[in-house]
Ligand binder design. Structure first.
Ligand code: ZN
Length: 132
C-alpha cells in the first residue's frame, strides 16, 4: 500500500528549506552595510529554490500516491465496507457543537405570562402576546 505520508514529509521538508533560505536571505539583506558595500547574500537562490523544488516534488508524489490509493480502493469496494471483527471499532471523533451560537440566543421573559422564550420571536410562543 502506498504511503501518502512520504509525499507530505517531502512537502514539509521542502517548505522548511524554502522558509530557511528566505529567512536567511532577508536577515542578511537587513544587516548593516560594511563600508558602503552590501553583504553577500548569494545563498538565497540555492537553498530556497531547492526547497521549493522539493515541495513541488512532494506535491506531485502525494497526488500520485493519493490517486493510486483511490484506484486500489475502487477495485475492492466490498472488502473496504465490511468491518473486520478482529479490529477495534473506528474511533469517531466527538462532534463539537458550537457553544457560542447557543449563548448568542437571548432569552427574554414574557411580560404577560412570565415564560422564557427566544428574543428573536415576534410573539410569545406560550401565550401569543406580541413582543418587540
Ligand atoms: Zn407570554
Amino acid at each position: 500500500m502506498a504511503n501518502v505520508g512520504a509525499g507530505i514529509a517531502l512537502i514539509v521538508f521542502g517548505f522548511m528549506m524554502a522558509v530557511f533560505g528566505a529567512v536567511t536571505y532577508s536577515s542578511c539583506r537587513s544587516a548593516p552595510t560594511l563600508n558602503g558595500v552590501a553583504p553577500d547574500c548569494g545563498g538565497f537562490g540555492l537553498v530556497t529554490e531547492l526547497g521549493i523544488a522539493l515541495g513541488v516534488i512532494g506535491v506531485v508524489v502525494t497526488v500520485i500516491l493519493a490517486l493510486l490509493q483511490r484506484t486500489s480502493h475502487r477495485r475492492t469496494p466490498f472488502i473496504q465496507q465490511v468491518p473486520d471483527p478482529s479490529l477495534p471499532p473506528p474511533i469517531i471523533p466527538p462532534v463539537v457543537t458550537p457553544q457560542a451560537v447557543e449563548k448568542e440566543v437571548v432569552q427574554v421573559r414574557c411580560s404577560f405570562c412570565g415564560n422564557l422564550f427566544d428574543g428573536t420571536a415576534k410573539a410569545c410562543p406560550w401565550c401569543g402576546a406580541p413582543f418587540g
